[in-house]
Ligand binder design. Structure first.
Ligand code: FES
Ligand code: FES
Length: 162
């Protein structure tokens, strides 16, 4: 079957999609968006997290047919307007929260969603929001630092912008 949807603001079309195929497979293998990672394919690790109509979901658990005519935003869509890193991506780099990087795309999307909803989350809020995203490398300390840093910078920008 053919599936058409919007990915990071642009219309995309995937042909020859079979009925059991996941959104994650379509993104990575059919429409040239390999940023979302495939680690468990069972909804356990969060590395494949993308926005679907503005809500973070595990792309490995979404059937491709379910996204027909809907909007998907992936880690590739979180960049800055100038084509460089977006604020959450920059904070993860600056805080040293990226090691192997497998968990990073999902954490970036989930953090983006958290800060959009609550620009000043408590540590408990951050832990709760990221509880579905597993990282085998960092011990989570630097990830917490990255989210705090992104939050502080976004709030500072807001203060400057008035
Ligand atoms: S690959 Fe989707 S949750 Fe792990
Ligand atoms: S940086 Fe390797 S799994 Fe998180």
């Amino acid at each position: 079957m053919r599936v058409t949807f919007t990915a990071n603001g642009r219309p995309v079309e995937a042909d020859d999609v079979w009925e059991g195929e996941s959104l994650l497979y379509v993104l990575r293998e059919r429409v040239g968006l390999p940023g979302s990672k495939n680690a468990c394919e069972q909804g356990e690790c969060g590395s494949c997290t993308v926005y679907l109509d503005g809500v973070p979901v595990c792309a490995c658990l979404v059937a491709a047919g379910q996204v027909q005519d809907r909007e998907v935003r992936t880690v590739e869509g979180l960049g800055g307007a100038d084509g460089g890193l977006g604020p959450v991506q920059r904070a993860f780099v600056d805080a040293g929260a990226v090691q192997c990087g497998f968990c990073t795309p999902g954490l970036l999307v989930q953090t983006d969603a958290l800060l959009a909803q609550d620009p000043r989350p408590s540590d408990a809020d951050i832990r709760e929001a990221l509880s579905g995203n597993l990282c085998r490398c960092t011990g989570y300390g630097k990830i917490m630092d990255a989210v705090r840093l992104a939050s502080a910078r976004l709030c500072a920008d807001e203060a400057v912008d008035g």
